[in-house]
Design a protein. Structure first.
Length: 151
């Protein structure tokens, strides 16, 4: 299954992230996950939102440069070695992970690892064959992390 990530390109200046989040909030789009990578002058905000196509539309309408990228959201076990099992499989199949981030759904049970890979179709086939479950955009939007946490 395919999920979609918005990549917003922006100057590395105060207020740029606030502009992105304000636009998404006004459009009533829920941010499900976000990462920020910067260089000296520019950065990329990668964001999963409840409606990626609408997110792209409203961000572009406000003059931002945005791309909509197909990614794979893989369910993994939230335990030591859970992520290693996934990335070793991808490495063994010579699939390059170009961008990635993750979040916990339920502590010590399930997590989601979002991957942008160089061979999307091959990665999907390998993951399915190996028994990994993936989430599409709708399922990813509906996740409710942290139902129960032990402190």
């Amino acid at each position: 299954m395919i999920a979609y990530q918005l990549s917003v390109f922006a100057e590395n200046k105060p207020g740029r992230l606030a502009k992105v989040t304000r636009i998404l909030a006004r459009a009533k789009l829920n941010i499900r996950a976000i990462t920020i990578s910067t260089s000296e002058d520019f950065g990329v905000v990668n964001v999963l939102v409840s409606d990626p196509k609408q997110g792209k539309k409203v961000l572009e309408k406000e003059g931002l440069t945005v791309s909509l990228k197909e990614v794979i959201a893989v369910l993994i076990e939230d335990r030591p070695g859970g992520l290693d099992q996934l990335v070793q499989l991808l490495a063994d199949e010579n699939i390059n992970v170009e961008n990635a981030y993750g979040f916990v759904l339920e502590s010590w049970k399930k997590a989601v690892f979002v991957i942008d890979v160089d061979q999307l179709e091959k990665a999907q086939q390998v993951l399915k064959k190996s028994g990994f479950e993936t989430l599409n955009a709708e399922a990813l939007s509906a996740v409710e992390p942290f139902h129960y946490m032990k402190y």
